[in-house]
Write a protein that binds this ligand. Structure first.
Ligand code: NAG
Ligand code: NAG
Ligand code: NAG
Length: 638
C-alpha cells in the first residue's frame, strides 16, 4: 500500500470533484484556499460545482448554452445573494406588470376639476421594477403568461401579478393587489411563509407559465396546475401513467433509476405537458374545477397523450436493449429539451437532431418528423426555445429562428419531400449569430434575446406602442431614436431593418431615458438642430442610422464593470408573452450609481455623415462613430 493520505489535498482530483457537491459555497471556497493546487481556476471556478451550487441553492434554471462557464456561475451565485431584482415592461392591462406606474397627468386646463389625479398607465416602454418583490427574498425565476407575470422564489414559492385568463375577465375590472401567492388546497400549508415551503410536496422546483395556466413541479416530483390566481392549485395525476415520487427513487445496480420521475413541466399555448423519464413527453388538457368541486385538491387526467419516440434513455448495459430501443437510440436519441407551440411540439435530442410533431384532436400526436435542415452531422447537441408561433434553435453560436408556418410546410411535405429541400422559413438574424445569445423569449409580436454578458436585445413589433420592446418611447418621439418606426392609426411600433444587424439593447439606467428626452427636445441647441431633426423624422434611412449611432453611445455608457466582470445591470433571465416582457436582473447598485459619467446634458442632436454620402445639415461638428459605421444588412425579414 502506498503512503497513507494525510491531507485531503493529496487526494487525486477525480476523487475531490466527487466531494465538492457535498460542500456549501463557503466550505468549497475555504477548501480551495488551502493550497495552490486548488487555487487554479479549473478547480476554483469548476463550472460543474458552481452551476450545481447556484441551481440547487437558488432554484435557478439551468442555461445549457453557458453550462460550462464557471466564472459566470460563480459571479451569479455571489450576486444572487443580495442583488436579484425583477423588471417588467409592455402592456399593463390586468396589472400584469406588477407595478402601477402611476403618473400625475399633465393638467392642461387648470380650471377643470382635477379628476383622475393619478391614473393607471396601461403602457410602459421602459423596464420598471415590480413592486413589493424585494420583500420576497431572492427571486430565482420569472416567466410571463398571456396576461400575467409569475415569480419563483429561492424558497420554492410562486407569486403572480395579473390574471391567468384575460379572456374571462374584463380588463376594466377593479385593480387587484399587485402580487398573489399561488395557493394549495385545504390540507396543505396555505401560507407561502418560508416554513411552509420546507414541505417537499409543495415547494416548487421548476415552473412554466403557459398562455392561460401555470404548471409547477414540486421537490417531491408532484405536478401542480393553476388556472386562476385566486384559486388553489390542483395536484395532477394520470390514469395511464405512474409517476414516481422523486424521494422514492428505485436504486438498481447502485444507480438510481429515474423511471417515472418528472424531469420538467412545460405549459403551452393551450395544453399542459411534462417530460417523464422512461415515458417521454406527455400532453394533456389543462385542468380546472367545475363549480361544485371547490373542495377538490387533485385531478385525475383520464386522457393524456404521449408524444411518440420521446421516451428513450441511455442505459449502461446496452446489451439488454431491445431492438426497438436500439432503433430509437439511432434514429431519435434522448430528448434534451422541448417546447410547446400553438399547434406543434418541438424537441432537440442528444444526437443533435431537432424534431416536431403536430397536435391532432385532443392534443394527440401520431408521428414525429425530423427537421432536416436543422440537423448537424457533427451531432453536437443544441437547444430549442419558443412559444405561441415562433421558436429559435441554438447551434454552436448560431441562432436560427422560424415561424410555425415553416413547421406546417415541413409537416405537409412529409411524404412528398421528406428531405425538406428548398422549404423556406429558417432565418438567421445577423445580431443573433455568434453573439453569445443564451436564450430567446417570444411574445406574440416581439422577441428578446439574452446575451451571456447579461445584456438583452429586442426585436419585432409592439402593437399600439405597448412598449413590449422595452426600448423607451411610449409611442412618443423617443422610441424613434431607438429605431422604432410608428405606423398607422393603431400607432404600431416596428423596429427598422437597421436594428437587426447589431440589435437594440434594452436599457435599465433611468438616466438613459432622460438622455433620449434631451435629444428629442433638440439637444443643446434646438434651433441649430431643427433641420436635422426634420430629416430624421421624415427619412427612415436617416432614422435608422441615427438610432445606430445612439446604440453605440449607449453601449459605451455601460462599459463600467464590477470586480466580477459583470455590468451594473446583469440580466439572468428574460421572458416574454403576449404584449409584455420581463427580466430577472442582478443589480449592482453601487456600480449603477457610479456609472453616471456620460456627459449627455451638453450634447447636440447627432450630426452624421450618412452611408449614402449625404451630410446631415447643421453647424456643429460631425459626430464620430465609437465602433465605426456598420455595414448594415437591410434585407432582414422576420
Ligand atoms: C455543424 O456544425 C459545424 C460547426 O459549427 C458547422 O461547421 C457545420 O457546417 C454544421 N453542419 C451542418 C450540416 O449544419
Ligand atoms: C454584451 O454583448 C453584446 C453582444 O455581444 C454586445 O453588443 C454588448 O456591447 C456587450 N455589452 C457589454 C456591456 O459588454
Ligand atoms: C459643454 O461644452 C462646452 C464646449 O463644447 C465646454 O466648454 C463646457 O465646459 C461643457 N460643459 C459641461 C458642463 O461639461
Amino acid at each position: 500500500m502506498a503512503d497513507r493520505v494525510t491531507n485531503i489535498t493529496e487526494l487525486p482530483l477525480d476523487i475531490l470533484v466527487l466531494i465538492f457537491p457535498y460542500l456549501d459555497a463557503k466550505s468549497f471556497l475555504a477548501l480551495c484556499s488551502t493550497c495552490k493546487a486548488l487555487q487554479q481556476p479549473s478547480i476554483r471556478l469548476d463550472p460543474a460545482y458552481w452551476s450545481y451550487a447556484t441551481r440547487s441553492t437558488f432554484r435557478v434554471p439551468n442555461q445549457p448554452v453557458v453550462q460550462h462557464d464557471g466564472l459566470r456561475w460563480q459571479s451569479m451565485y455571489r450576486r444572487l445573494l443580495t442583488q436579484s431584482r425583477v423588471y417588467t415592461w409592455g402592456s399593463n392591462t390586468h396589472h400584469r406588470l406588477g407595478h402601477s406606474y402611476q403618473q400625475a397627468p399633465v393638467v392642461r386646463n387648470p380650471t377643470l376639476p382635477r379628476l383622475n389625479r393619478f391614473f393607471h398607465k396601461t403602457h410602459c416602454s421602459f423596464p420598471t421594477e415590480m413592486e413589493r418583490t424585494r420583500e420576497l427574498g431572492i427571486i430565482a425565476d420569472l416567466q410571463c403568461g398571456g396576461w400575467s407575470t409569475t415569480l419563483l422564489t429561492s424558497k420554492g414559492a410562486l407569486y403572480t401579478a395579473g390574471v391567468l385568463n384575460g379572456q374571462l375577465i374584463l380588463s376594466t375590472a377593479p385593480a387587484q393587489d399587485h402580487l398573489h401567492a399561488l395557493r394549495f388546497p385545504v390540507g396543505y400549508p396555505y401560507s407561502t411563509a418560508a416554513a411552509a415551503y420546507d414541505e417537499p410536496t409543495i415547494a416548487i422546483r421548476q415552473f412554466s407559465a403557459g398562455r392561460s395556466h401555470i404548471l409547477g413541479l414540486s421537490d417531491s416530483g408532484r405536478i401542480w396546475s393553476w388556472y386562476h390566481v385566486q384559486k388553489a392549485g390542483l395536484h395532477v395525476k394520470f390514469l395511464n401513467i405512474d409517476l414516481q415520487d422523486a424521494s422514492l427513487v428505485d436504486v438498481t445496480d447502485g444507480k438510481p433509476s429515474l423511471y417515472g420521475n418528472v424531469k420538467q413541466v412545460v405549459a403551452g399555448w393551450s395544453c399542459s405537458s411534462a417530460y417523464v423519464y422512461g415515458t417521454g413527453i406527455i400532453v394533456w388538457e389543462p385542468v380546472s374545477r367545475a363549480h361544485n368541486e371547490e373542495e377538490t385538491d387533485a385531478m385525475l387526467v383520464l386522457e393524456s397523450a404521449e408524444v411518440p419516440k420521446t421516451g428513450y434513455q441511455r442505459t449502461k448495459g446496452a446489451s439488454r436493449e431491445s431492438d426497438e430501443d436500439k432503433a430509437l437510440r439511432e434514429e431519435v436519441g434522448v430528448v434534451l429539451n422541448y417546447i410547446i407551440l400553438e399547434h406543434f411540439v418541438v424537441f432537440v435530442t442528444d444526437l443533435g437532431k431537432v424534431f416536431c410533431g403536430r397536435f391532432g384532436e385532443k392534443h394527440r400526436i401520431d408521428d414525429i418528423l425530423e427537421l432536416r435542415q436543422l440537423r448537424n452531422e457533427s451531432g453536437s447537441p443544441s437547444d430549442v426555445q419558443g412559444s405561441f408561433r415562433r421558436f429559435a434553435v441554438f447551434k454552436q453560436g448560431e441562432v436560427i429562428t422560424a415561424h410555425h408556418d415553416y413547421l406546417e410546410a415541413c409537416w405537409n411535405a412529409r411524404t412528398t419531400n421528406p428531405e425538406q429541400t428548398d422549404i423556406e422559413g429558417l432565418k438567421k438574424i445577423p445580431a443573433l449569430q455568434h453573439n453569445d445569445v443564451i436564450s430567446v423569449a417570444f411574445g406574440d409580436f416581439h422577441f428578446l434575446a439574452l446575451h451571456s454578458n447579461g445584456s438583452i436585445t429586442a426585436y419585432g413589433t409592439e402593437l399600439q406602442s405597448c412598449g413590449a420592446l422595452g426600448l423607451a418611447g411610449d409611442g412618443s418621439p423617443e422610441g424613434r431614436l431607438r429605431g422604432i418606426a410608428y405606423n398607422g392609426f393603431g400607432h404600431d411600433g416596428k423596429l427598422l431593418p437597421h436594428a437587426y444587424t447589431h440589435g437594440r439593447q434594452v436599457w435599465f439606467e433611468p438616466e438613459k431615458k432622460e438622455w433620449l428626452k434631451h435629444l428629442m427636445n433638440g439637444g443643446k441647441d434646438r434651433d441649430e438642430a431643427q433641420e436635422r431633426m426634420q430629416l430624421f423624422s421624415s427619412d427612415r434611412n436617416v432614422q435608422g442610422e441615427v438610432s445606430e449611432w445612439i446604440e453605440q453611445e449607449g453601449r459605451e455608457w455601460d462599459k463600467a464593470k464590477g470586480e466580477d466582470g459583470l455590468g451594473a445591470y446583469f440580466a439572468l433571465r428574460v421572458s416574454a408573452a403576449g404584449w409584455h416582457s420581463g427580466a430577472l436582473m442582478l443589480v449592482n447598485e453601487e456600480l449603477a450609481d457610479k456609472a453616471h459619467e456620460y456627459d449627455w446634458r451638453n450634447k447636440s442632436f447627432p450630426r452624421l455623415k450618412l452611408s449614402d454620402g449625404r451630410e446631415m445639415p447643421g453647424t456643429v461638428p460631425f459626430d464620430e462613430w465609437r465602433f465605426g459605421r456598420p455595414e448594415w444588412q437591410l434585407d432582414v425579414e422576420i
